[in-house]
Design a protein around this ligand. Structure first.
Ligand SMILES: [Fe+2]
Length: 291
């Protein structure tokens, strides 16, 4: 019997310190060979950009499901439930208002460096953003390579934090306001804020490589340390988190799809206030507990 192995039709071109452009072939339907190519490429490059494939929301959802189990954002993180009727796990990230009401989350301000759902027990594995509308300027999404952040740390710092953990506070958003499910929480003391405790250094379950895992600076606390020591150590760790040479920025075009691996990256967004409409459709896949 002859086994015919289908060849991939996708081509992969690195973009910088992390990130690669995927071109060629077809994403819908997606062959088994092309699925394997995408999985290998995201393992190698951490962030993938697909430009010009023109996927609608259903095709986008089909592609996302090939990468894992879709995970809607927890309802308690939202001030308003934003779903696409075609894809219940899809979230809308947008500054657009219709009839005076936001159609999506996050407005038009800067979003600081973070890892998606780090403030839960099971941070997202992959996040996928599809650009449906983009502003004339601003709103770029930046990515940082957290393997390289780990590699940039001095050995003494690696050893110091090897067994330490960090609390990723869950009750407050990046602007310092309480999330809808935590309205009763009045403390501003990071030691008392609720949130999961994750290792500072995590090992990627697929690549086996170590990565610095910080989640978000605001509200971070290293249990067991006095507050001042925790703050100083957090600051020291953050000084390695997004060195310019370890980052890459995505400048969006309509139809761009970006897939990234939250287990070895962080991301942030430039503001775009006054620059026009921006509408992104987001899907995430469920991750495992960081180890
Ligand atoms: Fe995010």
């Amino acid at each position: 019997m002859t086994i015919v192995t289908e060849a991939t039709r996708l081509r992969i071109r690195p973009l910088g310190a992390l990130g690669a452009e995927v071109t060629g072939g077809s994403l819908d339907p997606l062959s088994a060979a092309d699925e394997a190519t995408i999985k290998q490429a995201v393992r190698d490059h951490l962030v993938l950009r697909f430009r010009g494939y023109n996927l609608d929301d259903l095709a986008f959802t089909r592609l996302a499901e090939r990468l894992g189990t879709l995970q809607p954002s927890p309802d308690y993180t939202r001030s308003r439930k934003v779903y696409s009727s075609e894809s219940p796990a899809m979230t809308i990230i947008s500054n657009v208002k219709e009839n005076g009401e936001a159609i999506g989350e996050h407005g038009d301000g800067e979003l600081n460096w973070h890892t998606d759902l780090a403030f839960t027990d099971y941070p997202s594995e992959y996040t996928m953003l599809m650009a449906r509308e983009v502003p004339a300027a601003g709103g770029n999404t930046w990515f940082a390579n957290m393997y390289k952040a780990y590699e940039a740390m001095p050995d003494a710092l690696k050893e110091r934090v090897a067994k330490l953990k960090m609390k990723h506070q869950a009750s407050h958003n990046a602007q310092g306001g309480t999330r809808p499910g935590y309205k009763d929480i009045e403390t501003n003391d990071v030691r008392e804020m609720p949130g999961p405790i994750h290792p500072i250094l995590r090992t990627h379950p697929v690549s086996g490589r170590k990565a610095l895992f910080l989640g978000r600076r605001f509200g971070a606390y290293i249990p067991g340390l006095p507050l001042a020591k925790s703050e100083a150590l957090c600051d020291e760790l953050w000084s390695y988190a997004a060195l310019p040479e370890n980052t890459w920025a995505q400048e969006w075009q309509v139809g761009d799809l970006i897939i990234w691996d939250n287990r070895c990256t962080m991301h942030r967004r430039d503001s775009f206030a006054g620059q026009g409409r921006r509408r992104m459709h987001r899907l995430c896949t469920r991750g495992t507990r960081p180890e």
